[in-house]
Write a protein that binds this ligand. Structure first.
Ligand code: FEO
Ligand code: CA
Ligand code: CA
Ligand code: CA
Length: 608
């Protein structure tokens, strides 16, 4: 093994080779361990997990399914304790219940278990010795542990849509209190120590779209809700457990999902909030940066083929203090502001973009962009739509202003070192097919299987501004293929990468990228690359996850000693089941999603 004596921040780890092993693989000189897995106790009184004795009551106190976003928030004043906040995006009933046959054959209690397995977990964790390893805190009554579920946790709507007619229901005539959160995908940690979580593919939980009023159907359709049949294909049939998921009876219930959720992990009994000022779409996640003028700016992707990139600029300014009065103020920052959508143009002759991924004559996929203002407070800038319409049907507003159709915008995050913003365009195999939009300089490959990274530099470094430049630092795929690009770096030295999904930064500003759906054939994994200087684009694989899994998170702690990833849907391979698993990670019996921490055995900074 090579000596790990690199400068902090210089990436010197040994590249992990692509593989299809049923394990987590890390570089030489590193170790990894499972922090927590599906079914592990979270809330006091949670029973030990027993796959044959699952109940909704137990699941409501146990770690949920399909961990996605991971945030690690230090407990103030204690370097060795932190709160692990995790999204539980969705469920794989075939991998959860023995003898699974069809969704229709699930009992109502099994449906309720699945609903309870959605949401988030807050888990107090503690450092093991003086290492970068973490495990759940030993205390029997941890102060902050909490399961937030789709089944029962109440959320409060904030912002202009709260209380409006579009979100009132029979169960909530106030239009302000929503039960549950759905399909929480990526997210971010705010400077004031809360977590933002994106409600992504909420469409799949609703039935009865065929019975709504004719003028409502196009709005449901634009969000992927089936309006031609009672049950969408692959329906989760949740209406059998909770009537509110039936749009024929409760047509506004769907309008109460698709928001950015803010969870204060230090408030274990409070209602988390859904911020309507940040718009409603299939939110991948949101990440905040404090602009020079003190306003906070959240960057956000709408994960759908040909959908848009957005940013939200707060009205109020961040107060850089941990004092309770300051934190109380900061907790209101995302409740009012201005929402923008991105429109981008290339600087090369469009005729040079032939859809193959071949670079144009200037050698770069790059250009300029504009943030188009959609709504500010209760003022709409979209003709024919009120502010409440724009915020509730944000995709239609983006359509109306001619926003740029992107190749599935997933996680978007500003670099804390440079302020440049990095967005993962995961893939778009429909680009250039049929009547769909053809390749453009920002999405330069037709039938884009492997995705790319989109880098934004705000003009004058002003995150609140309306114009920017952009580049594609990485066009993913097999580095040996002509249609890939790695910042101009020697492609013989980089790792193959496909379907970037989540992005994160270490304290040195290196970009870490996790993947979902590796179309090159190996397992998914985690990669790291410098984005500045001569090493820009020198991307290498740091970790791989077990069979059938997607790599989520990732999160690098502020002390650079630990890398957290979520191993989502291990064993998710057609035909697999609890009884005949395709993966037996992590315990050797059947697959369980879990959060993994990786650290350097010698205690040094990860990556270096
Ligand atoms: Fe849930 Fe866009 O990934
Ligand atoms: Ca160009
Ligand atoms: Ca994805
Ligand atoms: Ca994702």
């Amino acid at each position: 093994a090579a000596a790990h004596h690199g400068r902090a921040g210089r990436l010197t780890f040994e590249t992990v080779a692509p593989n299809t092993l049923d394990r987590v693989t890390v570089p030489a000189g590193y170790q990894s361990s499972v922090v927590i897995r599906w079914g592990d106790p979270v809330e006091p009184g949670a029973p030990a997990f027993d796959v044959d004795k699952q109940t909704a009551a137990a699941q409501s106190k146990q770690f949920g399914y399909n961990n996605d976003f991971v945030g690690v928030i230090p407990v103030p004043g204690d370097r060795d304790r932190a709160l692990l906040v995790v999204n539980h995006e969705y469920t794989n009933e075939d991998l959860m219940f023995r003898g699974f046959t069809t969704m229709d054959a699930l009992t109502v209690e099994q449906l309720r278990i699945a609903i309870a397995a959605h949401g988030l977990s807050v888990v107090e964790i503690e450092r093991v010795g003086r290492t970068g390893r973490w495990k759940p805190a030993k205390s029997r009554r941890p102060r902050w542990n909490r399961r937030i579920t789709a089944l029962a946790t109440e959320f409060r709507l904030t912002g202009p849509v709260a209380g409006s007619a579009l979100v009132r229901t029979a169960a909530d005539p106030s239009g302000r209190i929503v039960v549950g959160t759905l399909n929480n995908c990526a997210g971010g940690v705010t400077p004031w120590g809360t977590v933002l979580s994106g409600e992504e593919n909420f469409n799949q939980y609703f039935v009865g779209g065929d019975a709504v009023a004719a003028d409502v159907k196009p709005k449901l359709n634009r969000y992927g809700i089936t309006t031609t049949a009672r049950y969408p294909s692959g329906s989760r049939k949740w209406d059998r457990a909770q009537e509110r998921f039936d749009l024929a009876l409760h047509p506004n219930e769907a309008n109460r999902f698709g928001w950015i959720v803010e969870v204060d992990p230090f408030d274990p009994t409070g209602r988390p909030r859904k911020h309507t000022a940040m718009g409603r779409f299939k939110h991948e996640g949101a990440n905040v940066i404090v602009a020079r003028n003190g306003r906070v700016v959240a960057y956000m992707g709408d994960d759908e083929r040909f959908d848009y990139l957005y940013k939200f600029v707060s009205d109020k300014k961040y107060i850089d203090s941990d004092a309770p009065w300051a934190r109380k103020h900061n907790l209101t920052l995302l409740e009012s502001g201005t929402l923008y959508v991105a429109k981008v143009t290339g600087d090369s002759d469009p005729a040079e973009i032939d859809g193959t991924g071949r670079p144009p004559a200037d050698g770069r996929f790059d250009g300029r962009g504009e943030w188009i203002k959609l709504v500010s407070g209760t003022t709409s800038y979209v003709p024919g739509m009120t502010a409440i319409d724009v915020l509730t049907f944000t995709r239609l507003a983006g359509d109306a202003v001619g926003a740029t159709k992107m190749d599935r915008p997933e996680d978007v995050q500003p670099s804390p070192r440079t302020g440049k913003i990095y967005a993962a365009m995961t893939n778009n195999t429909n680009r250039g097919t049929g009547a769909n939009a053809k390749a453009d300089e920002a999405n330069p490959r037709n039938a884009n299987k492997h995705g790319h990274i989109f880098e934004i530099t705000e003009d004058r470094g002003d995150h609140t501004g309306a114009t920017f430049t952009w580049q594609l630092p990485i066009v993913c795929g097999d580095p040996a293929a002509a249609d890939t690009y790695f910042g101009g770096y020697d492609k013989a030295a980089v790792s193959p990468i496909s379907c970037p999904d989540n992005v994160a930064f270490d304290s040195a500003g290196n970009l870490w990228i996790s993947t979902d759906g590796n179309a090159l054939g190996g397992n998914d994994g985690l990669f790291a690359t410098p984005v500045e200087g001569r090493e820009r684009g020198h991307l290498r694989q740091f970790l791989t996850v077990p069979k059938g899994a997607e790599t989520c998170g990732p999160f690098i702690t502020a002390d650079d000693r630990s890398v957290f990833v979520a191993v989502q849907h291990p064993g998710e391979i057609t035909g697999a089941s609890v009884d005949e698993p395709a993966s037996v990670w992590p315990d050797g019996d059947f697959a369980k999603p879990g959060v993994v921490v990786t650290w350097r055995t010698d205690g040094g900074p990860v990556g270096s």
